[in-house]
Design a protein. Structure first.
Length: 59
């Protein structure tokens, strides 16, 4: 029915907005923590694994 199509369209739009918001948040978090992430990447490339203490020292 037309009503259910309208409801489905509203739900789809809300889901799209939520996903877009979460995507933006994830990109912002990565941007804000880029230096730490890059240091972790370098260490993991060098050592392959790190323990919790090493992780906490970097973070």
């Amino acid at each position: 029915s037309e009503y259910s199509e309208k409801v489905a369209a509203r739900i789809d739009e809300q889901v799209r907005q939520i996903v877009e918001h979460c995507h933006d948040d994830a990109r912002r978090i990565i941007r804000e923590n880029r230096v730490v992430i890059d240091r972790l990447v370098e260490l993991l490339i060098e050592k392959e694994t790190i323990d919790g203490q090493e992780f906490r020292q970097i973070v």
